[in-house]
Write a protein that binds this ligand. Sequence first.
Ligand code: ADP
Length: 452
Amino acid sequence: MNDESTDRPAPAAGNFLGELRARLAAQRWMLGAAVALGVVAWWQAGVTLPLVLAGIAVMVLAALLAPRRRLLVARRLRQSRQVSPWPDTGMKHLSDALPNPCFIVDRRGITRYVNRAARIRFGDPHPGDPLSMRLRIPALLEALDRVGAGGPAQRIEWSERVPMESWLEAFVAPLAQGGEGGEASAAPLRFILVTVQDLTEQRRLERMRADFVANASHELRTPLASLTGFVETLQGPARDDPVARERFLAIMLQQGDRMRRLIDDLLSLSRIELKAHVQPETVLDLAPLVRHTCDALTPVADEAGVAVEVTTPQRPCMVRGDRDELIEVIENLVENSIKYGASGKRVEIRLAAGETARADAPGVWVLAVRDFGPGIPPQHLPRLTERFYRVDVSTSREMKGTGLGLAIVKHILTRHKARLEIESTPGEGACFSVKIPAATIVTELDDAEKVV
Ligand code: ADP
């Protein structure tokens, strides 16, 4: 801690009268007592007035000539009595303006102020309580001690498992207040600022990215290994076997195709991610888009032996959207329902006006793709839109799936401010509904439907 009193000139330096006044003020209690004693001695003990006055004059002289050190100590004592143990209003306003939870504590670790974000995050901690009551993190409390003892700012990280897995980071920094001459560094340590940052989302994204790279590499490596294996077989044992060659070449073509689909989906995903925060501007009619995309999938449906029924309103269903991306969404959902719900022999696609909270609000269009296949067990539903997540990996591969289709759908819909809802009863089929905001007000007339 700096010794402010020895380093700096007294405020009255260079001003002789001010210095005298300051010295008298510092000894005021002693002088007062001397005067009172003199009056009592003159009044009661019969001491002569000149003697009393001479005594007082000596005391005043002694006060004026008192050593400078004692005077400064007295001044410091007075100043320290004026310093409040609570942070000032400016400091409080500043901490309230910070987006992260932040505690102002004193050198002993007692909470002196808790900003708004910390009150929300840590359930209204009380100023006056030790910080350890809210943050029982040994590393943090040790850092607090080190900073309290005059050490530099510290950064601490820790993770919590309850109520859910989270990662947090605290920055513990010394805080000076009221330094004379405006020099914060020279001012004494008054408080310690503890700001807490939630790193959970950042960590989750880092983990997701790492998982994604690992998954993508694995997905690409499998067909690649199969391709090189067959090439080696064709160069070696099967060199002169025309039947095996034909069979192996057909498998190699399939594997090459699988790699191509995977790369296409990966590129599609990264392209959509790049535009994730830009909402499309073009207004287009969703109904013909649904009809044409379903028409284009007729050969796939025929091959799977599935009858596709499409129902759309007669009126235009205007939405703000990117045509190619919306086609990708419809294709993905309809293709999935044909592939995975083939055993139900029937797929219903229905575009209709959704329920609107207010008559004058634009409302939403709901595109529901329903199949009557095996359905999806409930524990898989929340994870279906994760990249590479499949209910059954081998079925997905058999169906030429990459595990990226619904992740692409979700990304496109997020960009369109639309939502995907999935309902399924195992054994009865699945229904994937897209709720997309309408670009114009949806009226009751829109419910008049046209069956294609
Ligand atoms: P894939 O490329 O494997 O089809 P998707 O992301 O499109 O990947 O789908 C993820 C998984 O969701 C699929 O592997 C499948 O298990 C499941 N799924 C998707 N649609 C349906 C459906 N209509 N019925 C049953 N399961 C489905």
